[in-house]
Design a protein around this ligand. Structure first.
Ligand code: ADP
Ligand code: MG
Length: 462
């Protein structure tokens, strides 16, 4: 973006096209500090602040760059990626800590972060609902909640590392993200790196392949708070375990906070090296269990409220009896109730809940499927499903894809992950982003509103 002297309309337009083709979060992560030079007949040169960004762009955004070149110049031009000789070195941790993300060395200062956000290398945006305030506390998770709250209130001063474990759908990710939200609320300049373990593994393998371990290490070790979700995925990854061991030690020895989640306690993660097991147990290890009846009732009410509905006690109690373990399923039940009520145009009563949860003859047994959504949307926009599932990001494809995501969220009870998976293995943040974008458009643009409502009706009538 900082074209400096070299900036010409061509290079500016080029970056604008890139911006159009990808999500703002991604643009901000990978292209914010990129410069573009117009080399005339020799094409364009994209300058990146470090080799990690260069390799990442080259691996994942090649198509986008090519497309942007064609849009800018109406023809192919050659394009090279190179390191920016003027790029500042990575900021020191202390500087990041005090909010001065500007740098040693003569390079231009990077803007101080103003709005709360994760470190750009994090692999997700925070789910807006995953706050402590929306986390229902009961006997099975009160210790986990208290420990997470303590960590969020005084990072690195209470429990380090904090290790949360429990089976799927019991709120580990929710608590990890609540910690991030809370820390950033207190001090938006904190550098937080939040990752799925899978991303750690992938970044590490990528760094190995490109012989770029030093950039990897600089990145991973320069953070105030380091959270890794689903650490059990380190099982059977010997080389990555070794790297993780060093990452862990460095961050820990700097006195910075580490939070880990897993589906099993440290000693039960298969093939986890003994030295990692003992590191993981150094702070506090807390188990999260399945919620009891009372907690389930409260969770149902909370989830309904987040979606704008009040559940009567009797309804919540009835549903809490039906669904007993996984909290994600409780959420599914809430969506089912709300969907059923709007479908039949009735209030959410106990009778309705009984029908919605059981009745084979209920409209919901022919519950809306993602195929229903897709067939209505593809017909309207004259696109094909394989296109929606492809990597293509042109507006004519991306827009109907986002409409599908929005409507799938409204009409099916699939999770974000399931919807993303259906549309070509996209992750849940992409679905959230799409949903959010369409919701905003509906508010601001009457035409979109009308179209979406029309499609919504068609889906319901199937
Ligand atoms: P995990 O990471 O352990 O598999 P998640 O954190 O993804 O589980 O939780 C699954 C769903 O259940 C999320 O939507 C989360 O908000 C919700 N959830 C889990 N525990 C609670 C709780 N105690 N209160 C409210 N919602 C919860
Ligand atoms: Mg999780």
């Amino acid at each position: 973006m900082h074209g400096g002297n070299e900036a010409s309309t061509g290079t500016d337009a080029f970056l604008l096209h890139v911006r159009e083709l990808i999500q703002p979060q991604q643009f901000n992560t990978w292209f914010r500090d990129v410069k573009v030079e117009d080399l005339g007949s020799r094409g364009l040169r994209v300058l990146t602040p470090n080799s990690f960004v260069r390799d990442w762009i080259s691996n994942y955004y090649g198509d986008i760059l090519g497309q942007s070149v064609r849009r800018t110049f109406g023809e192919e031009r050659s394009l090279t990626l190179a390191l920016d000789p003027d790029a500042p070195p990575a900021p020191k941790v202390e500087e990041a800590r005090s909010g001065v993300t500007a740098v040693t060395g003569g390079g231009p200062a990077r803007p101080t972060r103003t709005s709360p956000e994760l470190d750009p290398y994090s692999d997700t945006i925070l789910h807006p609902d995953y706050l402590f305030g929306n986390f229902v506390v009961g006997p099975a998770n009160q210790f986990a909640n208290a420990a997470a709250t303590a960590v969020a209130t005084s990072p690195a001063l209470s429990y380090n590392p904090l290790f949360l474990h429990g089976s799927v759908g019991l709120g580990k990710t929710h608590l990890l993200q609540a910690i991030c939200h809370e820390i950033l609320r207190h001090d938006p300049s904190t550098t937080i790196l939040y990752l799925s373990c899978e991303s750690f593994i992938n970044h590490f393998i990528h760094a190995l392949e490109t012989n770029d371990l030093s950039a990897f290490r600089r990145k991973y070790r320069n953070v105030d708070v380091f959270l890794v979700d689903d650490i059990q995925l380190l099982a059977n990854k010997d080389r990555t375990q070794e790297e993780f061991f060093h990452t862990f030690n460095t961050i820990y020895n700097l006195g910075h906070q580490i939070v880990l989640s897993s589906d099993a306690p440290p000693k039960e993660i298969p093939t986890l090296q003994e030295r990692l097991v003992s590191r993981f147990k150094m702070g506090l290890v807390v188990e999260m269990g399945a919620p009891d009846f009372e907690t389930r009732v409260n969770i149902l009410k909370t989830k309904a409220k987040l979606r704008g509905h009040e559940l009567h006690d009797e309804v919540a109690q009835f549903v809490a009896e039906q669904v007993s373990t996984n909290i994600r399923e409780l959420e599914g039940a809430v969506i089912r109730l709300i969907g059923y009520a709007s479908l039949t145009d009735r209030p959410i009563t106990l009778d309705l809940a009984k029908e919605a949860m059981h009745g084979d003859s209920s409209p919901l047994t022919s519950a809306t499927t993602i195929q229903d959504v897709v067939s209505v949307v593809t017909k309207y926009y004259q696109v094909r499903l394989p296109d929606l599932q492809s990597k293509r990001r042109t507006h004519s494809i991306a827009f109907p894809r986002q409409i599908c995501m929005y409507l799938a969220r409204k009409t099916t009870n699939l999770s974000l992950e399931e919807i993303g998976g259906y549309f070509g293995g996209r992750d849940h943040t992409t679905v959230l982003y799409g949903e959010d974008k369409i919701a905003k458009l509906i508010k601001s643009d009457p035409h979109t509103k009308e179209v979406v409502h029309h499609l919504h009706r068609q889906i319901k009538e199937r």
